[in-house]
Design a protein around this ligand. Structure first.
Ligand code: GDP
Ligand code: MG
Length: 163
């Protein structure tokens, strides 16, 4: 079994964008509207010389505002169960929401290594959000831009220590 990573986090933080970058193909649908990733997607990923399986998560009810839906919980729990490690993704520009904290609780309870990823950090816009993310207690945020391919070296270093 290859090393498996689940990408988890609330809708719209850039999970599918990161998934696509690591898989190197547009397997996961990215859209400006939350809720476009209809199913869990899995792909063979590469970061430098590291090869692993990656799972993109998104619930059917992602468009629902407010609380974490049952569908999202179920999908996240299934992905976590299959993973050796987690990428917990937050949006460094938007700041933390109650949903971020709910997903962070899942990540914490998983008892698996978690890399805290502060996405949308290009152009230093994410510094404040990354500071805020630190308060989640999931370690030092790794600032990346999945869209622009920034911070991949830092992500590599953190992942290489786990694999
Ligand atoms: P998901 O719901 O977590 O899978 O998020 P998506 O990957 O679908 O991305 C949601 C939105 O954020 C899309 O409009 C993306 O283009 C945008 N996005 C993703 N990564 C970045 C990034 O690194 N920087 C910025 N500025 N936007 C991003
Ligand atoms: Mg998605």
């Amino acid at each position: 079994m290859p090393f498996t990573i689940a990408i988890i986090g609330r809708p719209n933080v850039g999970k599918s964008t990161l998934f696509n970058r690591l898989v190197g193909q547009k397997l996961a649908l990215v859209d400006d509207l939350p809720g476009v990733t209809r199913d869990r997607r899995e792909g063979g990923a590469r970061l430098g010389d590291l090869e692993f399986t990656i799972i993109d998560t998104a619930g059917l009810d992602e468009g629902a505002k407010g609380s974490l839906t049952a569908r999202m919980q179920e999908q996240t729990e299934t992905a976590i169960a299959q993973a050796d490690a987690l990428f917990f993704v937050v949006d460094a520009r938007a700041g933390l929401t109650p949903n971020d904290r709910a997903f962070a609780d899942f990540a914490r309870r998983a008892n698996k290594p978690v890399l805290l990823v502060a996405n949308k950090s290009e152009g230093k816009h994410g510094d404040a959000g990354a500071m805020e993310a630190f308060a989640l207690g999931l370690g030092d945020p790794i600032q990346i831009s999945a869209e622009h391919g920034e911070g991949m070296g830092e992500l590599y270093d953190a992942l290489a220590r786990l694999m």
